[in-house]
Design a protein around this ligand. Structure first.
Ligand SMILES: [Zn+2]
Length: 114
């Protein structure tokens, strides 16, 4: 249930950004979440819908883009994508992948109405 906490901070950041920009309403929030975070998109969306009524983000579209897990092999330097938690290098077949992408979560952009 850690989606609740991250959705809370997401809404908080989006609302303060909208306020800074003098926006009346947030139309859309473009969010990027790395697959390694383990967050469930439906849970993030559900929490979001629960939190926004009565705020500038009411009715806003939450656009979630998932960032695949990307690794670099510590042995041969190959870069590869992984959709699971198996970080085995496809070139040399040993488990020595260093994670480059997939652990992050951030607001890419916010679309507002002034
Ligand atoms: Zn390798």
């Amino acid at each position: 249930m850690h989606e609740l906490a991250i959705t809370q901070s997401l809404v908080k950041i989006a609302l303060s950004k909208a306020q800074e920009a003098g926006a009346l309403r947030i139309r859309k929030i473009n969010l990027k979440i790395g697959r390694l975070t383990g967050y469930v998109p439906e849970a993030v969306e559900m929490n979001f819908e629960m939190m926004v009524p009565g705020t500038r983000a009411e009715g806003a579209v939450l656009d979630i883009q998932w960032i695949p897990i990307r690794c670099r092999c510590r042995d041969c330097g190959a870069e590869y994508q992984s959709d699971q938690l198996d970080l085995t290098c496809p070139r040399c077949g040993i488990l020595s992948g260093q994670i480059i992408d997939g652990r992050e979560m951030f607001i890419d952009s916010i679309e507002i109405d002034n």
